[in-house]
Design a protein around this ligand. Sequence first.
Ligand SMILES: Nc1nc2c(ncn2[C@@H]2O[C@H](COP(=O)(O)OP(=O)(O)OP(=O)(O)O)[C@@H](O)[C@H]2O)c(=O)[nH]1
Ligand SMILES: [Mg+2]
Length: 410
Amino acid sequence: MVWLTSTRRLLQAVTKSGTSQTSYTSKELKPKSSWTRRRAFLDSMRIYVRGGSGGQGFPRYGGLGGKGGDVYVTAVKKRTLKHVHSANPSKRFIAGNGDNSSKRKLVGDAGADCIIKVPVGVTVKNNIGRVIGDLNEEKQMLRVARGGLGGHPDNHFLGQKGQVEMVTLDLKLLADVGLVGFPNAGKSTFLSAVSRAAPKIASYPFTTIQPQIGVMEFTDHRQISVADLPGLIEGAHVNVGMGHRFLKHVERTKLLLFVVDINGFQLPKREHFRTAFETVMLLNKELELYKAELLDKPSVLAINKIDTVTDHALVTEIRERLHDLPDCLEDIDPALRPSQCVQFDDIIPISAQSGYSIEELKMRIRELLDYYADLDLQRTVTAGLQLVPHHRVESLPSLDALERNKARPV
Ligand SMILES: Nc1nc2c(ncn2[C@@H]2O[C@H](COP(=O)(O)OP(=O)(O)OP(=O)(O)O)[C@@H](O)[C@H]2O)c(=O)[nH]1
Ligand SMILES: [Mg+2]
């Protein structure tokens, strides 16, 4: 499966033909131009940080050198890594040196600290990939390089050099719900149906080329954020370097919303046709290959484009097969079989385009988020004594109930 980023050639190819029947090679799917790189969503950045040097002491009079400044990273709302880059394209962040001690000023002033403003959601890692800390809330701050001590009697009045590090700022989006699905499944259409976000929607695959967050609002002003991510396709786990590029963005979401097209999926010409059930299994497998813990997250399956079929037996069949997992896996191609199966909290047929069952899905997501938040709270309270097992909520509305709701305005 392959997560795909911007590719001008691919988009041109698709746009020229004006149809999703375009065939393209794997080379075409890789980013080529600097244009692409410039526009790409920046979610990781390596920077050089250096604390300031301590000032020299004044041995004859016992004067103390000023301490070198420290380098900090702090989380600021509405900031992006692109801002960090454009504010300092050299990506070198160096704090000020401490002042030397002098006859006129025996105690030298400390050097100025350097503060790097980064987006909320950044994890800071050192040169060997060890996590220094997470900045998950606004105004949180981390020191990434210490300034050198000023000269004083213990160091023979010699100011010390500041700490030098190469650190990585790794951004993972913070959203309540992460949309997971093949291209063209209708993820962006869903996002635009439930929020004010205006993602690009088109009938060719790979329309979304960078993550986007929208906010679902409820009448009581409750807000739930939803992250729309680029489509996932078969084979990502063998696509070195690119395959899981965007999957890290679902790591911090509280609930996964799988969106599948009831008609299945096929990449133009060269790939196999995959049924809706098979696409669920492929998504399951891809998540498992990336990080099996993702499968433990609360999850809902939205079977989209229900307006395009008259026979809803397909939905019942998918429900039954998912209910029978892993037993029913024997019938499917071994290449698609995950070893750990996702357990959906609910399976809801929707039409993101017409709005059918969208309100139900929104409410269900809210209910589940609240349910699991309560469970977490309970777990925290009982922590150390007895852990509350992870319960799944019984599947809710039947298809009949959803049918009855069809007439209800959304
Ligand atoms: N008939 C019908 N068409 C839909 C529905 N939802 C989405 N579509 C259409 O499906 C196509 C793809 O929709 P997108 O929302 O762009 O799909 P996506 O999952 O975001 O695709 P990528 O960004 O490529 O991953 C568009 O032409 C939509 O109009 C639906 O419920 N019914
Ligand atoms: Mg999209």
